[in-house]
Design a protein around this ligand. Structure first.
Ligand SMILES: [Zn+2]
Length: 445
């Protein structure tokens, strides 16, 4: 990762100069402030990095999910970095938001930033998959995006069911005979690698039935649901600049905030442990006006409730039964983590031992760290989907934070060529989680 000495820049003085120096080559005169990654540390005011992270979050900075070693990673403009320095904090430039787009990429239809698929690209793909594979794929609409509910464009939220279809399969009922694994992606729109992994997972399954023994067995025994784009309006914003994607995390719900302050954080909006204090309106973790206020949240929750049996008492620390079937994965990026419940507290979930066993199987495949609670992260994440599905239905809910923090494959916007590495690492993790759907809690502990 290229490091720059900011001490010299500071001596030189102005935010304008900083903006020029962190801007990518050839873009020095661009008017829009370009965010970049910075690491913030404090030697005096804050005794812990967690305290500093909490303060920066409260002040509306874009504090990133990542291991809290000795610095707090943020995404900020040069002017914001300068304001933090003026408060006496140490702010180190850690790398650019965007990577160069390969010159061999010719902006194929429905793609952006070197090959990532737009929402429209995913929708066309879903249609093509069910048309080509009627025996193994079914497409369902499970809800609407915020813009669609306003009658101002937007999208349906789509889910594919992939399995060797027999009578009764892929119905939105809890009475089906096959256990279910659901992979959901790009709820945070700017986390580009996640939607692409879902796209590749869909192709891998439908193209390898009858060819790869493990895939054939899985599709004969399990319903593999995929929600490739959980936040289609947000992804439309991200892909609106095809070479320098927009850093939109939330949905497109108008809330009076400008730029990427618009929207609600869908991964803080669930109806399980929703927490009003997660962020103010314009912050990246704004949880919405109320639990499940967003149509995307309601669509996803009601869909998942329609296919998984509820095997867990409502009390947070009462375990789900050993008869539970099914697993769930939501893909986020980045920081190379396998996360298991709970994420709202450091207290162990009642099925902790079995939940951890599955996470360890994922880690054996992708080599990412295994964490829960706030372990390894900057903060708790109440109102997230993984906690919701476990806490509400008893289904083991996992998050993978895909990709590293540094290098050209790091951050929210890795070069498209990084996808092959992400895929090779995470495919066996997906397979492990899908296979675990048959009996996720063998010990009941
Ligand atoms: Zn995320």
């Amino acid at each position: 990762m290229p490091m720059l000495s900011f001490r010299r820049f500071l001596a030189a003085g102005t935010a304008t100069l900083l903006a020029l120096l962190v801007a990518p080559p050839g873009r020095a005169t661009a008017a829009a402030p370009e965010p970049a990654y910075y690491d913030v540390t404090s030697t005096s005011t804050f005794t812990t990095t967690a305290g500093l992270a909490a303060d920066l979050t409260r002040r509306g900075y874009d504090v990133l999910e990542g291991p809290l070693t000795r610095a707090v990673p943020i995404l900020a403009t040069a002017a914001e970095a300068q304001r933090l320095r003026a408060r006496g904090l140490s702010v180190r430039y850690a790398g650019p938001l965007h990577q160069p787009v390969a010159t061999t990429w010719l902006a194929a239809a429905n793609t952006y930033y070197g090959g990532y698929h737009t929402t429209a690209g995913h929708e066309a793909h879903n249609q093509a998959v069910v048309a080509a594979h009627p025996d193994t794929a079914v497409l369902r609409t499970i809800g609407q995006s915020w813009l669609k509910t306003q009658g101002t464009g937007g999208h349906d939220i789509q889910a594919l069911c992939i399995t060797k279809i027999r009578a009764g399969d892929c119905a939105t009922t809890t009475t089906g005979t096959k256990p279910k694994f659901t992979l959901m992606a790009q709820m945070h729109a700017r986390e580009l690698a996640t939607g692409e992994l879902a796209y590749m997972w869909i192709d891998y399954l439908v193209n390898n039935y009858g060819k790869v023994a493990a895939v054939t067995t899985l599709m004969d025994t399990t319903e593999l649901w995929v929600i490739p784009i959980a936040n289609p309006d947000g992804v439309d914003i991200v892909s609106s600049n095809s070479t320098r994607p927009i850093s939109q995390r939330k949905n497109a719900h108008t809330n009076g905030c400008s730029g990427t302050g618009k929207g609600v954080d869908l991964n803080r909006n669930s109806s399980y442990h929703w927490d009003v204090n997660q962020g103010t309106r314009c912050s990246e973790t704004y949880p919405g006006a109320s639990a499940a206020s967003e149509p995307e949240t309601r669509g996803i929750q009601s869909f998942l409730s329609s296919i998984y049996r509820d095997t867990k008492p409502a009390a947070d620390f009462s375990p789900a039964t050993t008869g539970t079937t099914g697993t769930f994965l939501t893909l986020h990026s980045y920081s190379e983590l396998n996360i298991f419940p709970y994420g709202w507290t450091n207290n162990l979930a009642p099925n902790n031992a079995d939940l951890r066993t599955i996470a360890n199987a994922m880690a054996k495949a992708n080599k990412y760290d295994v964490v829960h609670g706030d372990g390894g992260l900057n903060y708790f994440a109440p109102g997230a989907t993984d906690d919701w599905i476990y806490g509400t239905l008893g289904v083991p809910g996992y998050t993978i934070e895909v990709g590293p923090s540094g290098s050209s494959c790091g951050g929210f916007f890795p070069q498209y060529s990084c996808m092959s590495t992400f895929w090779n690492l995470n495919l066996p993790a997906f397979m492990a989680l899908a296979t675990a759907a048959a009996r996720p809690y063998p010990t009941g502990k």
